[in-house]
Design a protein around this ligand. Structure first.
Ligand SMILES: [Zn+2]
Length: 731
């Protein structure tokens, strides 16, 4: 997934890098230490000048100088960054000249350089390499950052100028991107409450602050809860079925946690855990599943239920203040889907097909259990274990047979990068001279089709205890022609790290994740915008997963696949019979997979369609009732995330937006059909897609952008077909 800012900042407001010249950029040099730093920094200036965030990085692409950045640098830089930004904003708001596009909108785009520098780096390390000190800074600063953002959006003098230019927009002869900027920024102000009375603004500020504090608390509680909930197992016999690699990882996790000689099954952020597929001992499976399911419901300090119950209530109150019936209605107002009802109907329409398929799969699994005289009814902790047997029986495919063909570096260079080369002409060169925040992080320079240097790409693929779960992409530097910045992008994953000297062998799911995150990276790398607010992945949530899900398709393109799927020891390509089995097996379990996704998405939408008049909910009861209402409460298919550990919606800015994964899948599958209709993997197709979609950021209305490229609105059939659901029984 794409990780939106943990701290509410810069998703809507331009806080991009500064206008100093990046090394290698074509723009003329700006004066050193621009207006940004001279106006405001009086008291702290002497100390601040040695702070690594004080001036623009002198590294290539203005990459953050992680070799010089210490934990202690973040907090003062965030504080100073906010101070500088506020001084710039006040200067814009109090400008004696009449408001113009230049002195208002463009000036705002240029503001906040230092804050942007520190926050992009801070988001990267707190997401992927956090520690107690950083978490403390996060907790301290989250409410201040929220208040900072409010102070800008709720500044009535500033909004008056924004409004004046907006009202004149049709007479200003703006170019299309500038006209779009006016619309987007104006709407952001209105959505943030700029038109509210002073009393209501004060109320909204308080709610925003509380929301931000609770959201950060949720994230940190969940990280601790997930770590604590990992089952510790002394008796190796209980782990029968695990592969040597899984056992070694569990043993290493035991050592890391000072539980030498014991085995620790570290939890992933999803409900299901990878080991559940292999563990033969049913009691261990149940224990692992329950540890996952109940991780954040232990009644201790890390229990998240009270936090989310209040969060849901606060969000409904925010929406009401702004004149929307629910949080979802507010958040979808500027999305491709437009209303929660449209999104809800889209999901509810999927329920019969996905649950119908899941029930067929469940019957297959129950048959295996009965055949083996199991004497029990299928439970969620049995699903993956028996599904794997059904898969082997029906498809004769063992994950461990295919992993040797997916060595990480090979997948990256000969798969992910190769596809980008074939489609877009990109080439990549590893750079060991760019400082990183953790030794496992690698950096590549990206070259365009004409050989010119265009971006940096960092990847941080291995699981760590101090990393949030899942996978995501973000920018360290956002592209902007106005600011003279080129993209610096990173991908984070949670793949198992091999023991020293061993190859990192991936599952096919991991391979898909790499292609997915790199699809986001391409959206950032190809960004060709004037304004940072409209640049790259700064698009609607129900569009932003489209390039990433689309890019997943290339993992199975025959030419790309043949180029990377080679045995790491022999270099032999994957035998055709195995490829065929894998392709066939790709649709296996799709009923389960889609049902758990749709359940989670429905939970999210139901939580956020609550009105402000609804009473405080009981998290467990609400969850059960919501799943029942939508006819998706199959006990053996729990939601992919339970409410109490649904990081996307309570911590990461995806509230009322999880449906977007399904929505964009519709776009991605439809788009891939569009490619196939024109010859598939060709430079011509790639260049056209880049020109009309991937390089366009949020510079025009997204439904129109899609339709102009595709020649028609997106259709749902390719998605159902791709998932093997087209002919699924409907009941
Ligand atoms: Zn994504």
């Amino acid at each position: 997934m794409l990780r939106l800012r943990t701290i509410v900042i810069a998703t809507t407001m331009a806080l991009a890098a500064c206008s100093q010249q990046p090394e290698g950029a074509a723009n003329p040099p700006a004066p050193a230490a621009s207006a940004v730093s001279t106006s405001s920094a009086a008291p702290a200036a002497t100390d601040m000048t040695s702070n690594p965030f004080y001036s623009a990085s002198t590294l290539p692409f203005q990459a953050p100088p992680f070799d010089k950045i210490h934990d202690a640098d973040y907090q003062p830089a965030i504080e100073e960054g906010m101070k500088q930004h506020m001084a710039e904003i006040e200067k814009i708001a109090n400008n004696p000249e009449a408001p113009t596009f230049e002195n208002t909108y463009v000036a705002m785009e240029k503001s906040g350089a230092m804050l942007s520098r520190v926050m992009t780096a801070f988001n990267a390390v707190t997401g992927a390499n956090t520690d107690d000190a950083l978490q403390k800074v996060q907790e301290d600063e989250a409410p201040k950052l929220a208040a900072h953002e409010d102070a800008i959006y709720l500044d009535s003098k500033l909004f008056q100028r924004v409004q004046t230019v907006y009202d004149q927009r049709d007479t200003l002869k703006l170019d299309p991107e500038s006209a779009r900027l006016v619309e987007v920024v104006y709407r952001n102000f209105v959505h943030a409450g700029a038109r509210l009375s002073d009393a209501d603004k004060a109320k909204l500020k308080d709610l925003n602050k509380e929301e931000s504090t609770l959201s950060t608390a949720f994230t940190n509680k969940l990280l601790a809860a997930t770590k604590d909930a990992a089952p510790v197992i002394a008796d190796k016999a209980k782990l029968a079925g695990l592969s040597d690699a899984e056992l070694a990882a569990a043993s290493q996790a035991g050592k890391d946690r000072k539980q030498d000689g014991k085995y620790v099954l570290s939890l992933q952020n999803t409900t299901q855990q990878p080991e559940l597929q292999d563990l033969t001992d049913r009691a261990t499976r149940q224990a692992l599943f329950e540890a996952s399911w109940n991780r954040a419901e232990q009644g201790d300090a890390n229990d998240t239920r009270k936090t989310i119950e209040r969060l849901a209530q606060i969000r409904a109150e925010q929406a009401k203040l702004l004149g929307f019936p629910s949080y979802a209605a507010w958040k979808l107002d500027d999305q491709m889907a437009k209303t929660p009802e449209t999104a809800l109907k889209f999901m509810q329409d999927l329920v019969p097909a996905v649950t119908g398929r899941a029930k067929v799969e469940a019957a297959d699994i129950q048959a295996v259990i009965d055949q083996q005289h199991g004497g029990f009814k299928l439970q969620p902790w049995d699903w993956n274990f028996y599904a794997e047997q059904v898969r082997k029986a029906k498809y004769d495919l063992d994950e461990n047979q295919i992993k040797p063909y997916f060595e990480l570096d090979n997948v990256l260079q000969n798969g992910v990068f190769y596809a980008a080369n074939q489609l877009y002409g990109l080439t990549f060169k590893e750079r060991k001279d760019i400082p990183v925040y953790q030794p496992d992080v690698r950096v590549f320079e990206v070259f365009d089709k004409d050989g010119s240097s265009m971006a940096l790409f960092y990847c941080d693929y291995f699981k760590r205890d101090n990393k949030n779960g899942g996978a995501w992409m973000d920018n360290l530097v956002t592209q902007s022609k106005l600011l003279g910045t080129k993209p610096v992008i990173y991908n984070v994953g949670n793949f198992s790290k091999p023991a020293a000297g061993q190859p990192a062998l991936l599952s096919f799911d991991d391979v898909i994740t790499m292609f997915h995150e790199f699809g986001h990276a391409l959206h950032g790398i190809f960004a060709d915008e004037q304004y940072p607010t409209l640049s790259g992945t700064n698009t609607a949530r129900d569009f932003v997963e489209f390039p990433s899900q689309f890019n997943e398709h290339w993992a199975t393109d025959p030419k790309v696949f043949a180029h990377y799927a080679k045995n790491y020891q022999t270099g032999e390509p994957m035998p055709k019979a195995l490829v065929d089995k894998m392709t066939k097996a790709g649709k296996f379990n799709s009923g389960y997979n889609m049902t758990e996704l749709v359940s989670a998405a429905l939970l999210d939408m139901n939580w956020h369609m609550l009105g402000a008049d609804a009473p405080l909910q009981d998290a467990d009861k609400f969850e059960a009732a919501a799943l029942k209402k939508d006819g998706i409460d199959l006990g053996y298919v729990p939601p992919r995330y339970r409410s109490s550990y649904f990081q996307h919606i309570w911590g990461n800015g995806y509230a009322a937006g999880y449906y977007a994964y399904l929505w964009t899948e519709m776009l991605a599958d439809d788009a891939f059909v569009g490619f196939k209709e024109h010859g598939g993997l060709t430079r011509e197709n790639g260049d056209r897609f880049r020109a009309m979609v991937l390089s366009r950021g949020n510079t025009e209305e997204l439904a129109k952008m899609y339709k102009d490229w595709r020649g028609q609105d997106p259709q749902i059939e390719p998605m159902l077909e791709n998932r093997g659901l087209k002919d699924a029984p409907k009941k």
